[in-house]
Design a binder for this molecule. Structure first.
Ligand code: M6R
Length: 600
């Protein structure tokens, strides 16, 4: 996830910006840059890869005194990680750094190109600085030009902008992505950052900007565009700040899901269709079948997608665990689109499966969180999930964004092949728009999982059961629990229990039953009744209260099973985490596991 810093003051501007970017390193990035202004001149430094590359470039230049500057770490979303695509972005005389996604950048870019502006990067961000200069050239008023620019942008944008046209100021605005402005400890000092960590030690009082709030900062002070702001005290612990105040990275990532899903959908969800700039229609021409390959959690999102592809786009879809696929002499036909799913893009088995499919001449697509990874470099096409760096070994937000991308892809296929009816598509798009809301965590639910964890850590085994897409969700719930609590857990299709596993049922066998109201409720209900009759301890997760369950996690009533899916996912993630906490385990780095499995 991208990071922003900014500084106005008498101290060493380049050092403060570079130190600030270092504090944001944990969020992940593939390039970085700073633009610094002194004596009415702006110098800019950009570098690919780690921050020491940028530092070397800055140190190699003959240093000057800079009065202010802005800096950025970039996690590629639009365009490859290259120096040209790295921020800050230049117009003729201004620079901008930006977090978020400009949804209407294509229209704006076209308009500006027609007006004679020259673009050098593939990013959405560059339109901001050209738009600003376009207005400023006409109006000769930087404040009005900045306001006009903001008014034209759609999407998510937190921005810092500097310009030689008004060299003592930093223009700022927040919409969507986080941005903080602070008064520095020294006199006439102003700092900016996209999270607390870079500010700790340098500032005491900060404003966590609300959406729609912006302003202009200079050595004379900070002028806000409206009154919707208040000063707050900065936390003092950096570790705490990196986790945005959460106890674990996993917890932070669970809570981030609503936001990253919004990012994931930005620009891809239109009024009446799904758009993927990254894929060409030719990728799906002549495709009669989809084969998905992945490992672990990514495999579970693939399995979920297989139900969605067949239901929504009527394309045959099968899913395989990559390590199994590799050695089975798979039959591959050229009318198959081969999709791999991976958070890291580096998992050895998945990468090898992708190479096999390519060698067999299949069209290939990767759904991935890390641009420029081995898989994105290998596949014909990439759809990035935009989840930002995931630090917890137990995957959470990667799964959510993968599943959302795959759901959108199923609709894209359905529309492209004229399979899905208009009303049905509209209903699906409406539901997709509701996903970020369904991922907002209700305190009561989190509390409930904390309370349940007290008793549930004593189980001798767990079954997670569900039907249809709730079966892969059950597998994912069981995997989360295994990974971080070290308790034995299995995910099972609810209808299969009576074909053997029900023999295990007893009061210490805990069954987590996923009981959506909108999909096969009566069927799952009878499966749970069968288990209850054998004295299994049952925790149901459902919008509907169920007499026979011992415990109940209530989710909201909705009109789409996928919204129930995502709310249940949150409950499962929180429950595993709280059990792990009570057991005193390392939540973020569970034993025996690595974040990225680059060996067979
Ligand atoms: O990076 P990938 O998505 O390819 O990783 C696949 C699995 O190793 C990963 O999902 C693993 O199962 C996680 N620890 C699950 O929480």
């Amino acid at each position: 996830m991208c990071g922003i810093v900014g500084y106005i003051g008498k101290n060493d501007t380049t050092k403060i910006l570079l130190d600030g970017l270092k504090e944001l390193e944990y969020r992940g990035y593939d390039s970085a840059g700073i633009a610094v202004l002194g004596d009415d001149k702006i110098d800019v430094f950009k570098a690919l890869g780690k921050l020491h590359n940028l530092e070397e470039k800055v140190n190699a230049s003959s240093s000057r005194d800079y009065e202010l500057g802005i800096g950025h770490t970039r996690w590629a979303t639009h365009g490859q990680p290259t120096e040209l695509n790295a921020h800050p972005h230049l117009g003729e005389y201004s620079y901008v750094v930006h977090n978020g996604i400009i949804e209407n950048y294509k229209e704006l870019k076209e308009e500006l190109i027609n007006l004679g502006h020259k673009f050098v990067s593939q990013t959405d961000t560059e339109v901001i600085v050209h738009l600003f200069e376009n207005y400023n050239n006409k109006l000769n008023d930087t404040t009005k030009a900045f306001h006009n620019t903001i008014d034209r942008l759609e999407g998510a944008f937190s921005i810092l902008l500097i310009t030689k046209a008004d060299p003592s100021k930093i223009f700022f605005f927040k919409h969507g992505s986080p941005l903080i402005v602070a008064n520095g400890k020294d006199e006439n000092e102003v700092l900016f950052a996209s999270s607390d960590a870079p500010l700790i030690g340098l500032a005491n009082d900060v404003v966590y900007l609300e959406d729609g709030v912006g302003g202009i900062a200079s050595a004379e002070g900070i002028e806000f565009f409206n009154d919707n702001y208040s000063w707050a005290t900065l936390p003092t612990s950096k570790q705490f700040a990196q986790k945005d105040g959460f106890r674990f990275f996993m917890e932070k990532e669970i809570y981030e899901q609503s936001d990253v899903v919004s990012d994931c959908m930005l620009g891809r969800l239109n009024d009446d269709e799904i758009l993927f700039d990254e894929i060409d229609k030719s990728l799906i021409d002549g495709i009669n079948e989809i084969k998905i390959c992945a490992c672990g959690t990514s495999y579970h999102s693939g399995l979920t997608a297989s139900y969605l592809f067949e239901r929504l786009s009527k394309v045959k879809c099968n899913v395989e665990i990559a390590s199994e696929f590799r050695y089975k002499d798979p039959l591959l036909t050229k009318d198959t689109l081969f999709i791999v799913i991976s958070q890291s893009g580096e998992t050895a088995d998945t990468l090898e499966a992708l190479k096999m499919a390519k060698a067999a001449g299949l069209k290939t697509l990767v759904i991935c969180n890390v641009d420029n990874s081995s898989m994105t470099r290998t596949a014909d096409a990439t759809i990035l999930t935009r989840a930002g760096i995931e630090k917890g070994v137990a995957s959470t937000k990667a799964f959510t964004t993968q599943t959302v991308v795959l759901w959108m892809l199923a609709l894209y296929f359905g529309k492209a092949n004229n399979i899905i009816e208009k009303d049905k598509l509209q209903k699906e798009l409406r539901a997709l728009r509701e996903v970020p809301k369904s991922l907002i965590i209700d305190d009561a639910m989190h509390e409930k999982t904390k309370r349940l964890s007290k008793r549930y850590l004593h189980g001798h085994g767990f079954f997670f059961i569900g039907r249809d897409v709730f079966f892969p969700l059950a597998l994912e719930g069981a995997l989360k629990l295994k990974e971080i609590s070290y308790l034995h857990a299995e995910g099972y299709p609810a209808g299969e229990m009576k074909h053997g596993p029900i023999a295990l049922a007893d009061p210490e066998l805990f069954t987590i039953a996923l009981m959506p109201q909108n999909l096969l409720y009566d069927k799952i209900k009878s499966n749970v009744e069968e288990l209850s009759a054998r004295d299994s301890t049952i925790c149901s997760i459902s919008p509907l209260d169920f007499d026979l369950s011992d415990d109940f996690i209530k989710i909201n009533e909705t009109d789409h099973y996928m919204l129930e899916f995502f709310e249940m996912l949150i409950a499962l993630q929180l429950l595993s985490m709280e059990i792990s906490v009570r057991l005193g385990n390392d939540v973020d780095m569970p034993r025996n596991l690595a974040k990225s499995v680059t060996v067979e």
